[in-house]
Write a protein that binds this ligand. Structure first.
Ligand SMILES: C[S@@+](CC[C@H](N)C(=O)[O-])C[C@H]1O[C@@H](n2cnc3c(N)ncnc32)[C@H](O)[C@@H]1O
Length: 214
């Protein structure tokens, strides 16, 4: 079974195959009473909803994985940048989206690539970041530090970005990760004038004074 899964993952259409499970996952999640970990369809709806609400035409994602979010959003944005650390996954996504000039897959560590990319961004964007898998190591020693990606997005001179962070449940105060409340206090202290909310495992950082989505 494990070998079969491994073989399946190596097939070029694995991303599209995975997307077939999005609706069943969504309904299973509803049936279970909407547990904290939300299905990909809820994430897609949230990204789309925030892009429309704030009139954002650029999406910047950290962690392409199998390109599911890129594929789901390709009609909703004029430009999509997605950064992937794993060279195999990055190459595969680059091949998958090679025919679409609006989509750019950037290989590398988002802590380095994102600040570089932002030098070329001159209009507000929707950021789809991940709270889950990296960046929090050793942060316990520095009570005000944010992840490099959040810092880069919020300190960018262009105003009006919306930042969404997936897998907020991983902010559990363990192994150097802050809790959501700690992160919210750090952002509020460092970048006043932002609304910071949490719903369906997604942190939403938007300009204050705009309407809340919750
Ligand atoms: C949970 S998946 C991302 C899911 C995707 N954003 C979506 O919505 O479908 C995490 C991905 O982030 C990548 N990743 C981990 N650390 C990274 C880093 N420092 N820079 C860029 N990508 C990273 C992993 O290789 C993996 O493909």
């Amino acid at each position: 079974m494990a070998l079969f899964r491994k073989l399946l993952r190596n097939l070029p259409f694995y991303g599209a195959y995975k997307a077939l499970g999005h609706y069943p996952d969504y309904w299973y999640w509803r049936l279970r009473g909407q547990p904290v970990r939300s299905p990909h369809l809820v994430k897609q709806r949230t990204v789309r909803d925030y892009a429309r609400r704030y009139g954002l035409r650029i999406m910047i994602e950290t962690g392409t994985y199998y390109g599911e979010m890129v594929a789901a959003m390709n009609k909703d944005f004029d430009r999509i940048y997605s950064i992937e650390f794993d060279p195999g996954l990055a190459r595969r996504a680059a091949r998958r989206f090679a025919g679409d000039p609006r989509i750019q897959i950037l290989e590398g560590n988002s802590q380095k690539v994102l600040p570089e990319l932002l030098k070329s961004i001159s209009e507000p964007a929707l950021f789809w970041l991940d709270a889950g898998y990296w960046g929090w190591v050793n942060l316990a020693r520095d009570p005000v530090r944010l992840s490099v990606e959040v810092e880069a997005a919020l300190s960018h001179p262009v105003k009006g970005h919306a930042v969404l962070m997936d897998d907020a449940r991983m902010l559990d105060g363990q192994n150097g990760a802050p809790t959501f409340d700690e992160l919210r206090s750090r952002i509020a202290a460092r970048f006043p004038g932002r609304r910071i909310e949490l719903l369906h495992d997604i942190i939403r950082i938007t300009p204050a004074g705009t309407q809340s989505s919750l």
